[in-house]
Design a binder for this molecule. Structure first.
Ligand SMILES: [Zn+2]
Length: 89
């Protein structure tokens, strides 16, 4: 069952520059879909999420900060197998 995405604010579209709604995906990362030029910008990491939220006009809602990242020495844990048929809209 689809739920409404949380609205984070508006940011200038990367394509046409017009104010565009920035919402939060089910995974907590930001997504922007421009109603003017139909471009879609979706973040897939915390880095792109932070950059997209930084573009929000007037500032993004404060999100609990995660601890500062450790040096990139620790290997990433094994990824879960991809779920089939679970569309995230
Ligand atoms: Zn646009």
């Amino acid at each position: 069952m689809a739920t409404a995405r949380a609205m984070l604010g508006e940011a200038p579209c990367l394509c046409c520059g017009k104010p565009t709604p920035v919402k939060e995906q089910a995974n907590g990362l930001a997504i922007m879909t421009c109603n003017w030029c139909d471009v879609k910008v979706q973040s897939f990491s915390k880095i792109s999420d932070a950059k997209m939220r930084a573009r929000i006009i007037g500032g993004a809602p404060v999100k609990p900060a995660s601890p500062s990242p450790a040096p990139a020495a620790a290997p990433a844990p094994a990824a879960e197998p991809a779920r089939r048929g679970g569309l995230i809209l």
